[in-house]
Design a protein around this ligand. Structure first.
Ligand code: MD3
Ligand code: FE
Length: 203
């Protein structure tokens, strides 16, 4: 059932489908307290994806750099708590992929509109690279790119659809990865966008 896409990774197609309605409602609740916003890279480029966070720590970027923050810089308040349905789904997915005691403290919420993309990067802002990252895709499909441990290695692509869950850990944790520009469309659950949740142990 789990597709291995690297030695430490698994693609669980449709794993989030039974809880998709709960997940979307949980995202809506988080966003009402901490709205999606467009952040800028340290170089000053606005990202095309809009973002928010839930959990003890949230990923942010601005002129001062990429980092995790316990407070939403837009409100000065802590990020909304990690929703229970997100946490339980993420822990179940991690366990299926062989990571039995995944305790995430951060959930980055990415919102893609048609044309939004994420260029090839590594996730290196977390303290502990031994913990996996769990990604939950909702809404419109996207073409996900995953490469190797150096930027120049060739990339493979996989389409991530509504309800798909990816677990990345072990030797795959530092692979370069990105998302191709989202195509236009309308999804019955999310409308004209894709939402990606990534659960991490950041601190
Ligand atoms: C592979 N998000 O937020 S999730 C990110 O679909 C990010 O929004 C993408 O890359 C998205 O940083 C991809 C899948 C993912 C997440 C983390 C990884 C794949 C990964 C870390 C290492 C290798
Ligand atoms: Fe990433």
């Amino acid at each position: 059932e789990a597709e291995r896409i690297g030695a430490g990774s698994a693609l669980l197609r449709g794993f989030a489908l039974p809880s998709a309605a709960d997940l979307v409602a949980a995202v809506d609740a988080v966003i009402s307290a901490a709205p999606f916003r467009r952040m800028s890279t340290p170089g000053g480029q606005a990202m095309s994806v809009t973002m928010s966070n839930a959990g003890a720590l949230g990923w942010i970027t601005d002129r001062r750099g990429y980092r995790y923050s316990p407070v939403d810089p837009q409100s000065g308040r802590p990020w909304p708590p990690l929703p229970g349905c997100v946490l339980s789904l993420g822990r179940a997915a991690a366990a299926l992929a062989g990571y039995e005691d995944f305790v995430p403290d951060a959930c980055l919420i990415n919102r893609y509109e048609p044309g939004s993309r994420m260029s090839l990067h590594q996730d290196r802002d977390e303290k502990d690279f031994d913990a996996p990252i769990v990604s939950i895709s909702l809404g419109l499909p996207a073409v996900f790119l995953f490469g190797g441990l150096s930027r120049s290695e060739r990339t493979a692509r996989v389409t991530l659809a509504h309800g798909d869950v990816l677990v990345w850990g072990g030797p795959d944790r530092l692979r370069f990865h990105g998302v191709m520009p989202l195509g236009a469309g309308e999804h019955p659950v999310t409308g004209a966008c894709r939402i990606n949740l990534t659960l991490r142990k950041a601190g």
